[in-house]
Design a binder for this molecule. Sequence first.
Ligand SMILES: [Zn+2]
Ligand SMILES: [Zn+2]
Length: 364
Amino acid sequence: MKRLRTAGVIVLALLLVAGGVAWTQRGVIAEKVMAKVFDRAMGSDLPAELPDGLHVGLCGSGSPMPDPTRAGPCTVVIAGTRVFVVDSGTGSTKTLSLMNIPPARVDTVLITHFHSDHIADLGELMLQNWAAGARKTPLPIYGPTGVEQVVAGIDTEYTADRGYRIAHHGEKVVPPTGFGGQAHPFAITKGGPNVTIIDEPDLKVIAISVDHGPVDPAVGYLFIYKGRSVLVSGDTVPCARLEAAAKNVDVLVHEGLQPDLVNLQHEAAVAHHRDNLAAILHDILSYHTTPEQAAAMAQRAGAKYLLFTHVIPPLPIRALEGPFLGKARSLYRGPIRVGRDGDLISLPAGGTLVVYSNRLKDLF
Ligand SMILES: [Zn+2]
Ligand SMILES: [Zn+2]
C-alpha cells in the first residue's frame, strides 16, 4: 500500500514537471504547430484534390448582419477543375483561403445582384486573384447589366494600390495586364427567360431571373456538370422561374429569413428607439424567403438536398437552427442543412453520391 502511494506521488510529480515544461515552452510548441499548419496550407489545393464532379461550398453563409461565425454571402462552385464564385460578401475571400481554395484559383465570378453585402469583398477577391496568381488577364466577372459599373468602380478604387504592388513586387509577380476585373454583363428581364452564360458539352451555367423587388435585376445561377446540378437562389421571394430551375437539382442552395427571429430584433430596436434599424428590419421581411417557403418549394420541385445560406438573422449558436427552420423539416422530405462557413457538398460525376464535409473544422 505504501509502495503504491509512493508510486502515485512520483507519477503526479512527473506530470506536474511535464506540464510545467509544456507551459514554459508553449511559445516554442505553438511555433512548431504553426509551421505545420503553414506547410499543410501551402501544399494544399482543394480544387485539385477533389474527385471529378460538381462541388458547392459556402465561403460566406451570412447576410449583412454581423455574425461572428459567418462571412457575408459567398458560394463557391467547383466544376471539374474550374472554380466559380457566386457573390463576394464581406470577409468571404479570407474564408475561401481558409477552406484551402486559393483566391488565385478562382476562374470566374458571378454576381447575383448589386446589394452591398453581395459585392463588399469583390475588390479584395480581384486583388488576391491577381497578386497571388500572377494573372495576365483581368478576372472575368459576370452579372446582370450594371456589373460593368461595379467593376469599373472597384478598378478605380484600387488604382493607387495597383501602382504600389507593381512598384514593390515587379511586373513578373504582378503583371500590369492582369489587374482588376473584366465585366461580362448580360441582359435579363424580371420574370423573363433564363440566360445561358456558359454552354459547353460538360458544363452549363444558366442565370435565372428571381424576384427581389425593388432590386432589379436579380438572378440565381444553375450549374450543370456531367449530369450533376446545383442551383444558387440569390436573394428572392418564392418565384415560379426559380422553382422551375430547381426541378430535380442535386443541391438547392437557398437563402432564408426567419421572420419570428427577425421580429425579436425588431422589438429590441423599437425598445431602444433605433428607428432606422427598426424600419429596415420591418422592410426586409418583404423581399426574402422564409425557411418554410423554401422547404415547400424544394419539395414541389423535387430538389434532392436543401442547403440554407444567407441566413437571417445571425445564428451564432447551433441551438438557434431549430427556431430558424421553424416547420421546414415537416414540409420537405429530403436532407436540410443550415449552412455554416466552410460547408462543402461534393457531387462526384457519373453517380448519385452526395458527400458532406466542413473545410474549416480541421484547420488546426
Ligand atoms: Zn439582396
Ligand atoms: Zn443579400
